[in-house]
Design a protein around this ligand. Structure first.
Ligand code: HEC
Length: 158
């Protein structure tokens, strides 16, 4: 094995270790809490995307993920208080300079998640699940949520 290959292997491990070392030690741990809330969102959001993309849609499981995401949609925002921009935060400083744009991004997200929840609730039962039309309706409701995550991250996540 060449030394260069070894180096390229060990670098990411080193970076991971460095990231993991930063802990939120402030009272109330607002940064850790908002990051945990986003990770929880991802856990219900991602499997829905996989079902839609890979044609493995299961109405009931999908509906449960949509409900779960709806239940989490308000969780991170109260943790973006003043003076909460410190390591391990991955937020961009712009977030605190543009609170009204950030709030608009947040509100758009909340509306999109609620619409997805309703679409999942109204999706046809398992037996007719694979019809193109029913999946199209869900894809049309999923896409704005995905666009909303992306849009906010592009602006406010480093
Ligand atoms: C209104 C803005 C906004 C929306 C909408 C948003 N995020 Fe984020 N997200 C952020 C910001 C800001 C951070 C960085 C938080 C920090 O570290 O301070 C973040 C961080 C994350 C992280 C990293 C958490 C960690 O462990 O560091 C994940 C995962 C994530 N978001 C997933 C999502 C998913 C999935 C969606 C959509 C379903 C979403 N986010 C929607 C703003 C947003």
């Amino acid at each position: 094995m060449s030394p260069r290959f070894l180096l390229s292997l060990s670098l990411p491990v080193f970076l991971l270790a460095a990231c993991g070392a930063v802990e939120d030690t402030r009272p109330g741990q607002p940064v850790a809490h908002r990051q945990a809330a986003f990770r929880a969102m991802l856990k219900s959001f991602e499997p829905m995307g996989i079902q839609l993309r890979e044609g493995t849609y299961q109405a009931e499981v999908f509906r449960q993920h949509a409900e779960k995401l709806a239940g989490l949609k308000d969780a991170p925002w109260d943790y973006f208080g003043a003076d909460t921009q410190y390591p391990p935060s991955k937020s961009d400083d712009a977030l605190w300079r543009e609170p009204e744009i950030f709030a608009a991004e947040r509100d758009k997200f909340i509306r999109a998640v609620e619409a997805l929840r309703l679409a999942a609730q109204n999706a046809p039962p398992e037996a007719r699940q694979q019809t193109l039309t029913s999946l199209d309706a869900l894809k049309a409701a999923y896409a704005p949520v995905e666009a909303s995550c992306r849009s906010c991250h592009k602006r406010y996540k480093r």
